[in-house]
Design a protein around this ligand. Structure first.
Ligand code: UTP
Length: 472
């Protein structure tokens, strides 16, 4: 083993890692080296600092004056109401279509999360969500990308971020499924980093095995480092990509590479554009976009007291109405600025149960099964927002575009998402003039139609009929 430097030893001691220091020279050299490398790369000192700053209590009293100084976002493109608005959206769509046809757009799907709330034991992208077909989330996105590539005769590279928790299973699944018919050279997997979990009481590194820290993915904000380290940031720049269309793996109704959003983003010369929807109530557990000191930021629901969350402005509008759908368009140069020198986003702390062992390798039982034993540290991509000088917020249609699968039951679950997919398919078919029973089981593949207009056209031209969509 290369001897740890005195600086490293001092840092471990400053961070209160005495147990770790004790085992260091008992470990095989390669393991000790690897352990130190992980801790230095993760910037353990910063992790411990985040743990020290973390609040153990839920928010009951105002935490900062951020919530008080925030106002509703100023720069918003609203859903069209008037004929003039409609024209504006049509122009934006045409502008976005030009960007797509010119080969200027790549898609990033973040799929590195552990999906603990859903309780599915595979990567979430492999979850069968098609209400009747059982299509997986990955298949729905692959079909959307395929259909857009065909429509615009454009390459549209697909970048999929995985983590150590999801990488092998995801790549194997794509191989088994023959990349859903996509040319595999156009699908790029890249892995985000991991961070060690810390003991919630002591801030000491927790171990999965003796000498091996308990690691978890570093949050969707890990995208910045991972894009750079994988070389994909450079590759996309060489390919002339001008817009990176970002979405999460858990919302199959997200419109991937939506020309309208790309068009607005391009025309406004925005560095970071975000699709928002109106929150259903002030208490809804959804981060809200706001403006603070002339910058766009997100305030998490967990940062607000119930009184703050319900605050209205002088127009009678909720200040925190603009719920983040986690669909963004990034300007690559902006991302490059953020990653210059490997600068990083702030750390967020989540209290979770993490299985761990003691120095002898014996499992450590939880002191109290109701109290999480660990803090996990994560970075969030939306923390990039305040760094942008030019942002844009576009209001989406919630029923059509935001139906995520987060929970095993209840709201934002597989059931609510499948209902939405069935409802949207029914609406498109009725608009195309097809006679449908109200409870009919129907599903539209993105390869059949990307939107209601295309479906109507294909039905009118006799290319598709009702039986192509009926599933029972
Ligand atoms: P969530 O924050 O909903 O987390 O991720 P999750 O891992 O899917 O689910 P829970 O919280 O454990 O139940 C939102 C999106 O960000 C991705 C997820 O894959 C999902 O697309 N993500 C999350 C990452 O890519 N990496 C991460 O480290 C965390």
């Amino acid at each position: 083993m290369s001897e740890p430097t005195p600086e490293t030893l001092q840092m471990l001691s400053r961070c209160g890692q005495q147990p770790l220091l004790q085992i260091l020279d008992q470990l095989p050299a390669a393991e000790a080296d690897q352990l130190l490398q992980i801790l230095l790369d993760a910037d353990l000192e910063m992790l411990v600092q985040a743990w020290r700053n973390a609040d153990a209590e839920p928010v009951t009293a105002p935490k900062s004056n951020r919530a008080e100084t925030a106002s509703a976002p100023a720069n918003v493109v609203w859903q069209p109401q008037s004929e003039q608005d409609h024209q504006r959206w049509i122009q934006a769509t045409a502008a976005g279509e030009e960007e797509l046809s010119a080969g200027n757009v790549a898609v990033i799907t973040v799929a590195g999360g552990q999906g603990t709330r859903l309780g599915f034991d595979q990567p979430k992208g492999m979850f069968p969500i098609g209400p009747h077909s059982g299509r997986t989330l990955f298949q729905i996105f692959a079909e959307q990308i395929q259909a857009r590539r065909q429509r615009y005769a454009a390459p549209i590279p697909w970048l999929i971020m995985t983590s150590s928790a999801t990488h092998s299973a995801t790549v194997e699944f794509f191989q088994q499924q023959a990349f859903f018919g996509l040319d595999q050279r156009t699908v790029h997997f890249f892995q985000q980093g991991s961070l060690p979990a810390l003991d919630a009481r002591t801030g000491q590194v927790l171990f999965a095995r003796p000498g091996v820290p308990a690691l978890s993915p570093d949050g969707h904000g890990g995208l910045l480092r991972a894009l750079k380290r994988s070389g994909l940031q450079q590759q996309m720049s060489e390919q002339g990509i001008r817009h990176l269309y970002y979405h999460q793996v858990d919302n199959p109704t997200a419109i991937v590479a939506d020309p309208a959003l790309i068009g607005f983003h391009n025309t406004h010369k925005s560095q970071l554009t975000t699709l928002v929807v109106s929150k259903t109530s002030p208490e809804e557990r959804m981060g809200a976009l706001v403006e603070i000191d002339g910058r766009t930021e997100i305030i998490e629901y967990s940062e607000l007291t119930p009184q703050q969350a319900a605050r209205k402005d002088s127009t009678g509008q909720w200040v925190f109405w603009a719920g983040n759908t986690a669909v963004h368009v990034f300007c690559p140069e902006f991302l490059q600025q953020l990653t210059n020198g490997d600068r990083n986003l702030p750390l967020h702390v989540a209290r979770k149960m993490v299985p761990c062992v003691d120095l002898q390798g014996q499992p450590v039982p939880a002191a109290d099964s109701a109290v999480p034993n660990a803090v996990k540290l994560e970075r969030f991509i939306f923390d990039a927002l305040p760094a942008a000088e030019r942002t844009l917020i576009v209001e989406g249609c919630r029923e059509r575009q935001f139906n995520p699968v987060k929970n095993a039951t209840g709201s934002d679950s597989a059931d609510t998402c499948r209902e939405a997919l069935n409802r949207i398919a029914g609406e498109w078919l009725r608009r195309a003039g097809l006679q449908l029973r109200s409870e009919a089981a129907v599903e539209v593949s993105p390869l059949q139609a990307l939107d209601a207009e295309q479906l109507s056209m294909r039905v009118a031209e006799g290319e598709l009929q009702l039986s192509d969509f009926l599933m029972d």
